[in-house]
Design a protein around this ligand. Sequence first.
Ligand code: BGC
Length: 822
Amino acid sequence: METLTVDQRMEALLNELSLEEKIQLLTGRDFWTTWPMEKIGLRRILVSDGPTGVRGEAWDERQPSVNFPSATAISSTWDPAMADRLGAASAVEARRKGVDVVLGPTINLHRSPLGGRHFEAFSEDPVLTAELAAAYVNGVQRNGVGATPKHYVANDSETDRFTVDVQVDERPLRELYLLAFEKAVVESRAWLVMSAYNSINGTTATENDLLETPLNSEWGFDGVVISDWTAVRSVDAAKASQDLVMPGPDGPWGGALVAAVQAGEIPEASIDRKVLRILQLAARVGALEGFEPVQAEPVDKEDLVAFTREASAAGTVMVKNDGVLPLDRAATGPLAVIGHNAKHSRTQGGGSATVLPEKVVSPLDGIRAAFGSDNITYSIGAIVQEGVAELPLDQLTNPVTGEPGLRVTFLDGAGAELFAEDRRSTALVWFGGDAPVRDSSTVRLHTIYTPDETGTVRLGAATVGKTRLYVNDVLVHEGNIEVEGKDIAESFLAPPSSTTEIAVEAGVPLDVRVDLDTAERSGPLDNALSVTLGTEPADADPEMLITEAAKAARKADVAVVVVGTNARVESEGYDRTTLDLPGLQDRLVHAVAAANPRTIVIVNAGSPVIMPWRHEVAAILIGYFGGQEFGNALTDILTGAVEPGGRLPTTWPATQGSVPVLNTTPDADGKLRYDEGIHIGYRAWLKTGATPAYEFGYGLGYTTWTLDTVDGPDGPLTPGEAIPVSVTLTNKGERSGKQVVQVYAEKKDSAVERPVRWLIASTPVWAQPGETVTATLEVPTRLLAYWNNGWTYEPGEYTLRIGTSVSELPITRVVRLTQPEH
Ligand code: BGC
């Protein structure tokens, strides 16, 4: 009997489908799944955000996920093995939650530090981003789960993200913005790519020719182009190489696409190509009967909480240390821990990337555990929170079950109960799942709240729409929160709040109920809802908070100040407007540093902030959004149990005014011009000659190093060949440590415009005290080429500069590239 090839069997399945069935498969069934089709043995495919952690099908604290450190922390490790492990860990989480596809990595570039999703992307440098992206994809897919590099392409900021038309030349597009996608597709064979919301040079991403060239035609992509959520606007996207529309079940394809095919406007063959790609993805993830999945069960097993702690420490960047660190636990006197974020730290950025961890270790928790509570004071110092924060679970009793938490009911127009659930968090999001949001008229949150302090609190809700707040059955507040013209993600995931002052007494329970009107909602997200019941920061005298913190610092041996951003500052759907820390945190640090010379600052932000006090403090650690083990990881570094392993993957400016590429706001015609061309990040800093606070690639460890020798190629190099470079360095200190070897290229007297210097390779190395190690790198000559209607090799001499940051490059080596063969 003749055996059919895999392709022939797929074709046979395709032939069983009517045109209508094929087209049904091209739009999602709901928020997170594709359509099953029993007659061909196809089950649904479940996709989930990502990218650092996997939320799963429901946004629900009762099904928690591991909260890994944000992408900026991972990229600060400069360690592809760490990105691979993050990918693998995400795949393990995905499989635990029945998820087939992780919607990540986010591999857009840090073009401007204002970018709202900066925390979610890796770097300002394309080569470092590409290394990490490819490693992450390998880690995910090795474990049988699909990875989705996103957002293709030039979605490097959030302002007007649905409509912005990015004007970018072919050369920066190829050399910068497409480079990481290229590596993730060509080398790691990503099973999906997500098309972006924005336009590129006049055409929206989901209709753009870039989906065909270079993605398919040059790079040989054989996966599924999945749209960003609601990014497909018309059937025109079906003419382009867009394969799958998300979310469903509605959308612009369906009947309109059937009609377009029947009218001969779109060939059925192009529909078939899309369906075959979806079937192939289904086969890969084990969603198609009769086809072997790539990997049925995850193969990588490690303790994910331990991994999170390790990764967070490995990604923490120490940018200053006058010798105060590490702290000798036995010799350290009283510690003053200061800062809102010390207690309420941010462990992840906001928006669709959010996951719900079971437990978070704050810096205060971590420091208390390591140094003993008796030795520690805590002062808030400055308020960072904006809007309401959820009520603490240990102060809540569900009025129905008597357990910690609250009861949520969905009521119809007549007040009859449609659905009820018992929740353990007052920050609630329904985005997919079973709750009948669309059919309800009122959603009610009901709890017994027993505050632990006496005073006044500002109680209320953050959501969109009309709310009524009842305390002990008395209507105390009516809110009507409207958000016209804002990005859907902003109004949905970081909505404004409406609160009122309530006098409370410690230990005296209050019956608290919020009714939210849901009858009049419409639009693509009418089945989704987000509401947080909670408190806004109480009015406090800001001067007094700073004075108290400084007083505590003065009495202490060491002051540890945790500064940072809040959920309204760094999130999806909008960009930052300033790089300054929110609130009075800068004043706080000045005051604490003046009170105690042994002041250590920890920065809890996903992206660069201005640090005007950096010359006044003894040490600075950039901890990013460090994931759920943030506090333990920081403490490991403070005590010296672990080396701060990070180096900056992005330049940190000294002032906002000196940032060479800053603007993320489109002009009056909706265009955002990437006029800087190939000069973003450190390339732009080098071009303007401005000095940042801390440069690209920079970071300190607890030991010292010498760079001894570099061996490079002896003879001339032929284009296409790899350049072998081996670097020998010695750990001269008394502790084991990590260093990141960086290789940059320069081309003097080039026939074309070039960056002053650009990264072509890097690798982390570890060594014991006194040990000499050799790092071997293979640099593709492609990274010396430039794009001019094709990769173009310029013959002649290139200077390789080797060192430990973009401006600390003690060793030079000249290589010669020969004329390309024709
Ligand atoms: C984001 C994507 C995300 C998707 C699904 C979009 O708004 O841009 O990154 O994967 O939502 O949540």
